[in-house]
Ligand binder design. Structure first.
Ligand SMILES: [Zn+2]
Length: 322
């Protein structure tokens, strides 16, 4: 067993939004460059894995057939015309975006399978496009499909996993993930995000609906607080959630746009703070999830800062799950 699985796929880097777009091809390159520099210290504990892409038959229950068809046909059109096409003002697809999306989701599936069967203690999916804004029926906010929601659904198919905790510390609210699980009690969604900010949702009053009431926890925060204030706000909320919800596995929407130098957010976190968040989530859930954590790259739009933060997150994943 290698401690940490690093799930990646070359197709994820081919998703092209144009260099003027914040979610550009250089992001993953920056992550891989930073990881390469950290390799001497990490290589005994981190295994890079390139899994098979997902197939759309597995999207049922998470995305509508109309949503899948719309994304597929616009990606196909981008391929035919060999140009970039906007699904909305900021969600762009290119000829390679369809295969990138399937590769990203395949990384999540393989990571869930490996962590839940004990091949790795934890996993990080270095993927794009990101996923947490994609709702059941709509791509938005740079996201085509909801990678983490699909992974959570995959985890729940396993006989030993009945409850999934999703922790989302991206600076933007994970509206898509919230939407997909809003009326369910087997997935608890906890999000800390800048508010008010894109996409506008994520007020503390949004707590779930029907059977899912009480299974969504939003922690809206202003920009510009100290890092310690953000860290303790998330931990206080998590402590309350975990008093009654006992997850079998933990998924993280790791948005590094909560970093201090990110152009798209006003949070102030530095590499050590992301490490503390990582350790805190793992320690708080260890008694039931037994350190089983699968983390997904979401935002992070200052490439150099993103690289540093991912490395810090991986070291913390390794150390906290050992
Ligand atoms: Zn974000």
């Amino acid at each position: 067993m290698t401690a940490i699985g690093l799930y990646q796929h070359p197709d994820c880097s081919r998703h092209d939004t144009g260099w003027g777009h914040p979610e550009h091809q250089g992001r993953l390159r920056a992550v891989m460059d930073a990881l390469h520099e950290a390799l001497p210290e990490l290589q005994a504990d981190v295994e890079p894995i390139v899994p098979d892409p997902a197939t759309v038959e597995t999207f049922e229950d998470v995305h509508t057939a109309e949503h899948v068809e719309r994304v597929r046909s616009v990606c196909g059109e981008a391929e035919t015309r060999d140009e970039l096409i906007g699904l909305d003002a900021d969600t762009i697809v290119s000829p390679a975006s369809w295969s990138a999306a399937l590769a990203a989701i395949g990384c999540g599936y393989a990571a869930i399978d490996a962590v839940s069967t004990g091949r790795h203690r934890a996993a990080f999916c270095a993927v794009r496009p990101p996923g947490h804004h994609a709702t059941a029926d709509r791509p938005m906010g740079f996201c085509l499909f909801n990678n983490i929601a699909l992974a959570a659904r995959r985890a729940l198919e396993r006989p030993d996993i009945d409850r999934v905790l999703i922790v989302d510390w991206d600076v933007h609210h994970g509206n898509g993930t919230q939407d997909i699980f809003y009326d369910r009690s087997d997935v608890f969604f906890v999000s800390m995000h800048q508010h008010p900010h894109y996409p506008g949702t994520g007020a503390a009053t949004e707590i779930g609906r029907g059977e899912g009431e009480g299974y969504t926890r939003n922690i809206p925060q202003p920009p510009g607080l100290s890092p310690a204030a953000y860290v303790s706000a998330l931990f206080e909320a998590l402590d309350e959630v975990l008093a009654t919800f006992h997850p079998d596995i933990v998924l993280i929407s790791a948005g590094f746009d909560a970093g201090v130098d990110d152009p798209l957010g006003g949070f102030t976190l530095r590499p050590d703070d992301f490490a503390e968040l990582t350790r805190g989530v793992i320690e708080r859930t260890r008694s039931t999830a037994r350190g089983r954590v699968v983390s997904f790259l979401e935002g992070g739009y200052n490439p150099e800062e993103l690289g540093r933060n991912v490395v810090s997150h991986l070291f913390a994943l390794r150390d906290a799950t050992s």
